[in-house]
Ligand binder design. Structure first.
Ligand SMILES: *[C@@H]1O[C@H](CO)[C@@H](O)[C@H](O)[C@H]1NC(C)=O
Ligand SMILES: *[C@@H]1O[C@H](CO)[C@@H](O)[C@H](O)[C@H]1NC(C)=O
Ligand SMILES: *[C@@H]1O[C@H](CO)[C@@H](O)[C@H](O)[C@H]1NC(C)=O
Length: 629
């Protein structure tokens, strides 16, 4: 029993000796607090993400790391020591993430430098401002590598000059990421005389140049007392797939803009280029459309939990600087309820019970295709969203899980199954017209639609034009939907729910026995999934998206549910490495380093393994099966 309870008993019996003890303790406590207030900054005691939590300004003199058989091995140091971070850069494969697809020629020598020697030179006629912004982000990412309480040390060995040259050949005055954008880049890092280093990044587009900066970030690390950079590198790199996205859902649970920005920071770090923003659903409508204030008034969880037009525009701008396109999805005609109950007959089945008859999860709600007012409202919303997101060639119109029973019951009928599907097809046709209207008469090159009954071969042939629609297939990988659609000439984006749904396996929130999907997709499951090995034609596969549906995700859990698994997905999409035991082992060590980079940028990524394994990677991996080698 400690001081507290025994003294409490004495206090009750008013023992004078104990009162004295208490007074002394209180005095000491007060003095301590005053001392902290006086000498320390109280904010240092607050928990915070980013460089402060994992990066202590400490030099662990006891340990050194030596490269042995492709791994850094921890040893007691005797004299000169090598930090883990420095060892990793010259031992085994350099921890780049995602790995480049072309030439990757790297020096093993490195040199320390201070941030103030960094300079930028831009060789491009139109987009100087954007390149400067991207460089500022690059610089601040490097700043985040420096532990906040660590003064950067200077020495004779340090660089005097570190010039980064960005050369973009594109003549685009207002660069927007398109499916056809060339995202390749070439990075050449070399000495430019004594204590001078020069990094030249050449690209066809702003987006390629930005990726090059991201790779350059990965050639820099914190080494106990200063930043270090490799002294020579030549990298030629380009992504395997044009569409590399993550879906976030702000309708089931609201995500504040700061969370979406952090998500974009992570996407940028992994060269993922699309944030698929599932903006609305039957639960809520958080977008505050200027000319339609009733949408958010009825649809938002509260007047504080909304996105203004300005929020959307600023997020799009923030994302563009980081190489990310924001694709907003206004789901329709299903997955729409709250927010749509203000107008005359805009929606049907809103919050209808028993929900299991009329929708996949509560609350129900679908749009009313017979309502002319509905099309006026949709047209206004498309106009707003198109303008705010600077849509050029990708727009998502939703289209999943229409419940025909709801329409059969609520619409003027009776309607047969075929008539209901015809009505749905007519709805999609009106949507296309409205979208074209919002875009000044032309359709985007990719109007994305979720896979559904409508996209099955029979109806797809009848109702959907493969020149217009891209189908995002989300069924299990064993389903025939993607092969059939490809055969019918549709372009597809793959989001197999058994491999790339980040929300699976956390249990069933509406009280059923099993979750809608299970188990959790581990980073290995996500990484090893290569559906295209059996799909043809390959050129119709635009890419893939990992989906993080929001029923059990809010700002408190977003980072850990998204990362590092979305990073695992990024290498599948960018590099698409073949899979064997050796590549998996190699990926695990590199991914753990990438996770540290995310954490340094303030993202609360989940842990991958005990920290001990970061320091002793060779001892935590499954031994390679060499029996038949
Ligand atoms: C992108 O640009 C690079 C460099 O000019 C070029 O080699 C490559 O073929 C281009 N890629 C495509 C898909 O056009
Ligand atoms: C989007 O378009 C608007 C208006 O044309 C423009 O002011 C804005 O800078 C654009 N944003 C981006 C990120 O290109
Ligand atoms: C709403 O729809 C019902 C049947 O679909 C119709 O009888 C009614 O007149 C409509 N009301 C309005 C305001 O359009």
């Amino acid at each position: 029993m400690g001081f507290g309870s025994s003294c409490f008993q004495m206090f009750v019996s008013a023992s004078a000796g104990c009162l004295r003890k208490l007074l002394v303790a209180l005095t000491l406590l007060t003095a301590g607090l005053i001392a902290i207030l006086y000498y320390g900054r109280l904010e240092d005691l607050q928990p915070s993400f980013g460089s402060n939590t994992l990066r202590h300004c400490a030099v662990d003199n006891l340990w050194t790391w030596e490269c042995e058989g492709q791994h850094c091995v921890r040893r007691e140091s005797r004299g000169a020591r090598t930090s883990l971070a420095t060892c990793r850069m010259k031992c085994g494969s350099v921890p780049l993430w995602p790995q480049p697809t072309g030439v990757t020629d790297l020096a093993s020598q490195s040199i320390p430098f201070r941030l103030k020697v960094l300079r930028l030179e831009v060789r491009s006629s139109y987009i100087r401002r954007l390149l400067q912004d991207a460089f500022d982000v690059f610089r601040s990412n490097l700043e985040n590598l420096v532990p906040s309480s660590c003064p950067e040390e200077a020495s004779k060995e340090h660089l005097h000059d570190f010039l980064v040259t960005l050369e973009v050949r594109s003549e685009d005055r207002q660069p927007l990421l398109k499916l056809a954008t060339n995202e390749s880049y070439q990075l050449l890092l070399q000495s430019a005389g004594a204590a001078k280093l020069r990094a030249e990044i050449r690209a066809q587009s702003f987006f390629g140049a930005r990726h090059g900066l991201e790779t350059l970030t990965q050639l820099v690390w914190w080494d106990d007392t200063s930043l270090r950079v490799l002294t020579r590198a030549h990298i030629i790199d380009a992504p395997r797939f044009a569409h590399r996205g993550v879906l976030l859902d702000t309708a089931r649970n609201f995500l504040p803009i700061r969370s979406l920005r952090a998500a974009v920071d992570g996407l940028a770090a992994c060269k993922l280029n699309t944030l698929h923003w599932h903006l609305s659903d039957s639960q809520s409508f958080p977008f505050d459309a200027q000319r339609l204030p009733n949408m958010a008034r009825y649809g938002a969880y509260s007047s504080a939990l909304v996105y203004s037009a300005r929020d959307v525009a600023e997020l799009v701008e923030y994302a563009t600087v980081r190489g990310v396109r924001v694709v907003v999805e206004l789901d329709a005609p299903a997955h729409a309820g709250n927010g749509w109950q203000w107008g005359p007959n805009l929606s049907v089945c809103v919050n209808q019970q028993p929900w299991s008859m009329f929708c996949g999860e509560p609350p129900c709600g679908q749009l009313n295709p017979d309502s002319e007012e509905l099309y006026v409202v949709l047209g206004e919303l498309y106009r707003d969203l198109v303008a705010l997101t600077n849509v050029t060639d990708v727009f998502h119109v939703g289209g999943d899980e229409l419940n025909l029973q709801c329409w059969a019951r609520e619409l003027r009928g009776p309607l047969t199954h075929e008539e209901l599907l015809a009505k749905w097809a007519k709805f999609q046709k009106r949507v296309l017209q409205l979208l074209a209207g919002a875009m000044g008469g032309t359709l985007p090159r990719a109007v994305v639609l979720w896979s559904s009954q409508m996209t099955r071969p029979h109806y797809a042939r009848m109702y959907l034009d493969p020149r217009v629609y891209v189908i995002q297939t989300w069924g299990a990988s064993a389903w025939r939907e993607a092969p059939a659609l490809l055969q019918a000439g549709f372009r597809v984006i793959l989001s197999h729910l058994d491999a790339w749904y980040l929300d699976c396996g956390f249990g069933d929130w509406h009280g059923g026995e099993t979750g809608a999907c299970s188990p959790v997709a581990s980073w290995q499951t996500i990484y090893q999934h290569r559906p295209w090995t059996e799909l043809v034609p390959r050129n119709l596969i635009l890419g893939g998206e990992a989906c993080l549906w929001g029923e059990m995700v809010d700002e408190n859990s977003l980072d850990a549910k998204m990362w590092p698994r979305a990073a695992a997905f990024s290498e599948r999409m960018w590099t698409d490495p073949a899979i064997d035991d050796a590549t998996l082992r190699d990926a695990q060590v590199r991914l753990a380093v990438q996770r540290e980079r995310l954490v340094a940028r303030g993202i609360a990524a989940d842990a991958m393994w005990p920290q001990w394994c970061d320091q002793n990677p060779d001892k935590c991996l499954e031994p390679l099966d060499t029996s038949h080698a």
